[in-house]
Design a protein around this ligand. Structure first.
Ligand SMILES: [Zn+2]
Length: 287
């Protein structure tokens, strides 16, 4: 089996060479159907790496549903899968919620994706829908077809009428888990939470205003303990970040004039296998 996989990979590489183009990492990783039979590990960084020994979030659980099953992105580090299940049990206790709808985690072996995200490459990023989980027995086709809901208005400066106390409670519980490094959500939601939080605000430090993220929020876990070769992001700035989020909102409402000295945006090159940590070749070759 190992040999067979190895030869398929070599054949693919040779074919691509003679065809004059190296295969893109996203094609190699996008073609994987199952996790590698290796010890669970994350190699590289959230936007340039891969995942060994990923496990699949069961499609259906008592308090969660994996959505968009056709994408086959319900794979992650065992810690990420445990995190999702744990948070979903908390969510299920909220009035009007029976659990969580889970969007993309990672491809079976992580790595760059053929569509949709730049991060989510380590099995440690999780998208969680804003639509309160109601039916925990959705059909496959329902999971393809139902849509989440947006919680924003005014381009993300404010929350809209879909925002509830329960969203606040779920996001707070999501952030308080020690395994979490950051949570990305639109700026208006962070400011709303800053204004409404009556208890300790320390956890708000991890809730980071970001573009998009009004149909789902994005949880990023720290590199698991003892995982060599997994590169953490710098921790968020000290403090609750509420003033920064408020500034972000002001900039949405009154966009500052463009900076004439701003550097031109860099065009990102698509990664080939050699751009990823060297362990990623073994992740592809593994059974
Ligand atoms: Zn995401």
């Amino acid at each position: 089996m190992i040999l067979r996989r190895f030869f398929i990979l070599i054949a693919a590489l040779l074919f691509a060479q003679t065809a004059g183009a190296e295969p893109l990492a996203k094609q190699l990783f996008g073609a994987q159907k199952a996790g590698s039979t290796q010890k669970a590990a994350a190699f590289g960084s959230y936007s340039r790496g891969c995942a060994a020994g990923s496990v699949q979030l069961p499609e259906t659980g008592p308090t969660w549903q994996a959505m968009r099953l056709s994408r086959n992105r319900n794979w992650g580090h065992p810690e990420a899968i445990d995190y999702v299940q744990n948070l979903s049990r908390f969510a299920a206790k909220q009035p009007g919620w029976n659990g969580l709808y889970i969007g993309d985690i990672s491809q079976p072996r992580g790595g760059p994706m053929t569509s949709g995200h730049r991060s989510h490459q380590l099995g440690l990023d999780i998208d969680i829908w804003m639509l309160p989980g109601d039916n925990m027995r959705l059909s496959r086709s329902a999971r393809e077809n139902i849509s989440s809901i947006s919680l924003r208005r005014a381009n993300g400066a404010y929350v809209n009428g879909n925002w509830t106390k329960q969203h606040h409670a779920v996001l707070r519980a999501a952030a308080k888990d020690k395994r979490v490094a950051r949570i990305f959500v639109f700026p208006g939601a962070k400011v709303q939470m800053c204004n409404d939080e009556k208890g300790n605000k320390a956890y708000l430090r991890k809730i980071r205003p970001w573009w998009g993220h009004h149909y789902h929020f994005h949880v990023r876990l720290n590199c698991p303990r003892g995982s060599k070769g997994c590169v953490n992001q710098d921790p968020p700035p000290k403090g609750d970040g509420c003033a920064e989020a408020q500034q972000w909102v002001q900039n949405i409402l009154n966009p500052p004039p463009p900076d004439p000295n701003a550097p031109a945006p860099k065009k990102r090159r698509e990664y080939v296998l050699a751009d990823l940590p060297q362990q990623c070749a073994a992740v592809l070759q593994s059974n």
